[in-house]
Design a binder for this molecule. Sequence first.
Ligand code: HDL
Ligand code: ZN
Length: 439
Amino acid sequence: MDLKKLGRKVGKVLDNAGVANTGKHIREILDMDFKRLRSTVTKVINETPIADIHTHIYSEVFGDLLLWGIDELLTYHYLVAELFRHKPDLDYQTYWNMPKQKQAELIWDELFVKSSPISEATRGVVTVLAELGLDVRARDLNKIRSYFAQISTSQYMDKVFELSNIKYVIMTNDPFDKKEQSVWKAAHTDTRFKAALRIDGLLNNYHQNLPEINNQGFKITGDELDSIAITAIRDFLKSWIEKINPVYIATSLPPDFSIDDGSPRSKIILECVLPVAREAHLPFAMMIGVKKLQNPALQLAGDGVGKADVDVVAKLARDFPDVRFLVTMLSRENQHELCVTARKFKNILVFGCWWFVNNPSIIREITAERIEMLGLTMIPQHSDARVLDQLIYKWSHSRKIIADILAKKYFDITQSGWPVTKADIKRDVNRILGGQLLL
Ligand code: HDL
Ligand code: ZN
């Protein structure tokens, strides 16, 4: 007898025996075939307000650091890279010298009119326009522009947060960015935006940013990382933690990142960042595997990817058991090893499908192996949105994939008779996507 029939029989017997509700419960559970189960998981995921733990968007108070609207969507660096593949004869500097509107028109023409927008980044623009309810059949960019021209920044921000059902986003805040510095002098009150202290400038460009550290009042003379410098850098970090109240401290790191190479980066991580993070009870987020400016002519679009040594993550987690490490890696080849390493160290929290692995085919693979190895102790996704509107598509695309994988995993256990109720699914989804794991 198949499981469903058995479940109905058992349910009836229990009903007749007056065992309150159990029969109904069992029938409800066993009746949840995969389609029903998936639609329940999808509904729960869509209804769960998401904590988006890594983005490059800003609240309104940050002024023109906040990017939004169709021309910003079209000139997103992912699409710039794709434009040059469509127009290899286009000179890089000619493009960079164009006004943004002209850049957007060129990208629209090449990637959306003369070709089908089926790459993940072009598809994303189509998803945004569809979810805004815009008619794109005419493929008329100026008609689309007219929608954005008639809505204010704050109205649009409310709309984007509503459509994408985001609880809050965590920004990427750079202590070396002059524009940001002026903002932090005033109060910053939009609770939909939390801060992250991004210290690439300190770790990956220390000597270049030494003057700025001095300008901010943390006196370091000479290039040596002596005790005075170490103290000054700790104070620099503490002052920014005080100023912006970050959820975590973060940095990106190259594929060849090593912690025992005696470099300024290693010394600053070991003697400044981790002791300050421990004292402030802040996680340290390492985003590992980016080859900065592999093609400098592409500027922001010029970064590449490389396989990194996951042993460095294990060593740091082992040597600093009282510091929490958020880790995401850029190379698809690093994902399985990172999951295994996270099984060895409880202070590693794996998160997101970052950048070049933020594509449906790879999100699917990574999310399945993370659930299989880490269960519900990982954060499956962040958006990495650079343009406000991208919250809509990055989460619409990822929610569908995560719902499908989760449904399959729930279905597997229901097939073995394990009860999975809507309450279970809500609890689990809120845990991995609602920000609980970061608390
Ligand atoms: O270092 C990072 O945070 C990366 O996400 C880069 O900002 C990258 O340019 C990006 O936007 N990736 O999606
Ligand atoms: Zn990012």
